[in-house]
Design a protein around this ligand. Sequence first.
Ligand code: CTP
Ligand code: MG
Length: 240
Amino acid sequence: MKKKSLALVLAAGSGSRMNAREKKQYMEIYGRPVFYYSLAAFEHCREIDDVILVIPEEDEKQVREYLEKWSKEGLGLSKLKAIAWGGKERYDSVYSGLQTAAGMEKYAYVLIHDSARPMLNETMIQTALKGAVEYRACVLGVPVKDTIKILDQENYVSATPVRSSLWAMQTPQAFEFPLILGAYQALFQEKQQGKQLNITDDAMVLEYYGGEKVKILEGDYRNIKITTPEDLILAELYLK
Ligand code: CTP
Ligand code: MG
């Protein structure tokens, strides 16, 4: 039997750094909301079997209206099998999606992707998935171009890590499904015990709770995350 691959598309953030009234995942580029582009990329990639979309519960009506509209336009997303409710932090949203998936099918691999990265393409998906197959856990990233400084509390430089060892992490982050689910379960056990968590990506969860090494594969500088208003202009340019 073929091993099934799932894409988990995260669109449950509030986009606070965009400083806009509308959440960034719904901002439109060329007539489509930002979150459409990742869904479409996974839909068109042969290696992906199913997609789960994670959204804020209060946005259900708005998202379902979009889905209906696309389906009428012939842009149906046949791989989209479920919508899950996000939580306060990104890791809450990921865990919600993983639990939804665990109740649906036996997935071999999962690709976790920020919908705020609309530049996702087939090459990125295939690279991440191949990485999960070969290394069990893999994240796309790019070497940083700027020199990075660690600052102290008064904004004085306290250290300068060697640039050649620094890479900026992107998504998709791709894993053997049981491996990442187990790591997230361990993370949430600690959360229940009241531990402060400072987790910003899925690789960190594996680093801390999975006991597994995470392989970094080269992504693409164009795979930007829309975070602040300038990023929207860049995304528009790249998506042209
Ligand atoms: N995300 C999510 N659930 C959260 C937080 C984030 O699903 N509780 C998603 C976002 O929708 C986004 C991705 O994770 O696609 C990356 O997060 P980020 O860029 O930080 O988006 P936001 O959290 O929405 O933005 P901000 O941090 O500026 O508030
Ligand atoms: Mg955030």
